[in-house]
Design a protein. Structure first.
Length: 231
């Protein structure tokens, strides 16, 4: 069963979550000389990114990478890489390394092999992986109704990343596969707002996991999962 932490304000959540993340990274640095942090895009993590950016840590020993990415140029406003570089990899955290998913391939499917090679450079398990969730129950780019969702959540797959086309989104995406997501020491689900709380409640009800792919994360018991929520 996962842990659910309820904060009265986003500010309180950000402070607590930043401490949790830095503890995970510090443990990784102490145990193997380096640490890895996987992050998601969207507006919810922006205050957290700003807080982490000003936090004292051996950032030169940390590699930041993405849970998923839209197949757009890194300077595109819709790019998660752009978001992370603009809001997290600055101030003290500017010393961190970064591995992006987007490469020169014209399509995400054409860029899978290059993305896989990049991500293979990271030792596993990852130290900390932060997920978000859409109101449709998707997490990372594991969208309900996506044609290759079944392949992306196959726990027997050895693939780290996979191209995926959301049914109702404008861009092809690259996403970590479910087995890669679960190859982490700590999973964090960062949510904000009453709608997300309602979606989480629906996801905890019985039903096919593929209908709300966040269920693949919520129903696993192998990796510690903490849900951080604020209004």
């Amino acid at each position: 069963m996962h842990e659910f932490l309820d904060f009265s304000t986003s500010g309180l959540l950000v402070e607590a979550l930043a401490v949790r993340i830095c503890d995970c990274l510090h443990q990784g640095i102490c145990s193997r000389g380096q640490a890895s942090l996987a992050v998601s895009g969207g507006s919810t993590p922006l205050p957290l990114f700003a807080r982490l950016a000003e936090t004292e840590l051996e950032w030169n020993k940390v590699t930041v990478f993405l849970v998923d990415e839209r197949w757009v140029a890194p300077d595109n406003p819709d790019s998660n890489e752009n978001l992370v570089r603009s809001h997290l990899l600055r101030e003290k955290a500017a010393k961190a390394s970064f591995i992006g998913m987007k490469n020169k391939a014209a399509t995400a499917s054409g860029g899978e092999a290059t993305c896989e090679k990049r991500l293979q450079l990271l030792p596993r398990p990852y130290d900390c992986l932060i997920l978000g969730m859409g109101n449709d129950g998707h997490t990372a780019s594991l969208f309900p109704g996506a044609k290759n969702l079944e392949a992306a959540v196959d726990l027997h797959s050895t693939k780290i990343c996979m191209a995926i086309q959301p049914p109702a989104a404008p861009y092809e995406r690259m996403t970590l596969t479910l087995p890669a997501i679960l190859d982490s020491r700590q999973l964090i689900l960062h949510l904000q707002g009453e709608e997300k709380k309602k979606t989480l409640a629906r996801a905890q009800e019985p039903g096919e996991a593929g209908e709300m792919p966040i269920r693949y994360i919520l129903r696993q018991t192998a990796i510690p999962l903490v849900v951080y929520w604020s209004p």
